[in-house]
Design a protein around this ligand. Structure first.
Ligand code: ZN
Length: 222
């Protein structure tokens, strides 16, 4: 299994299937993985691998040349781990925040198009940091967007229990789709299943060097 089969899986027991060397750095392949491989603006997962009585930190999960996830860890001799049973644990707080913010970026893009009444190309930049996320566009394309109204529209959506669905392309399992309400787009990221999981958000915007950036942060509940 991998992280697409169950977005909410935080721990798994599996086996170290092999080792790969990329740019002189050794990475591990697991038979099953819950660590999202960095891509599409979403950060790589972090967490730990416990093998025997030793615990190693997952520093980075990336895709290899076939699009399969591999892990860089702080283990100095990863070749010794091949074939060993491993207990994996995700840094869940970090991942769940990424899932919420990532879902918000899609919705924000869709709502910006709705305000403008026309289709927009993908943002110039769409990135998710540890506790906020941004979509950046050419200001000329989004100058008339009302950021305050955008925040209200986004919070209205989040207050619904609307479902988020993702699925793989029929011929290419590495290409995936995202859908929520009337919107569908290509995305290989990880999302929440229900908008109500996100709570409420704060949206700000600023313009610099001809570009306009919309920033979304999650409101702390209670
Ligand atoms: Zn996505």
């Amino acid at each position: 299994m991998n992280y697409y089969d169950d977005n909410y899986c935080r721990t798994i027991d599996t086996v170290v299937a092999g080792m790969k060397e990329i740019d002189g750095q050794k990475a591990l392949e697991l038979a099953d993985t819950i660590f999202y491989a960095q891509g599409g603006g979403q950060k790589s997962d972090r967490g730990t691998l416990t093998i025997g009585d030793k615990t190693y930190h997952v520093l980075r999960s990336v895709k290899d040349e076939n699009g399969d996830p591999i892990l860089f860890t702080d283990c100095e001799n990863p070749e010794e781990l091949c074939g060993q049973p491993v207990h994996c644990e995700l840094d869940w707080d970090f991942r769940y925040t990424q899932m919420k913010l990532h879902t918000c970026l899609h919705l924000m893009h869709c709502l910006i198009q709705k305000q403008l009444g026309r289709e927009l190309d993908d943002p110039l930049t769409s990135t998710i940091e540890a506790d906020f996320a941004i979509n950046k566009y050419k200001n000329a394309l989004v100058a008339e967007v009302d950021a305050e109204a955008l925040e209200a529209q986004l919070n209205d959506l989040l207050a619904q229990d609307a479902e988020v669905r993702t699925w793989p392309h029929e011929q290419d399992a590495h290409y995936r789709y995202w859908n929520c309400l009337e919107w569908t787009m290509g995305c290989g990221g990880i999302h929440v299943h229900k908008l109500s999981e996100i709570g409420s958000v704060h949206v700000t915007s600023h313009t610099k060097k001809g570009n306009r950036t919309f920033t979304v942060t999650l409101n702390k509940e209670g």
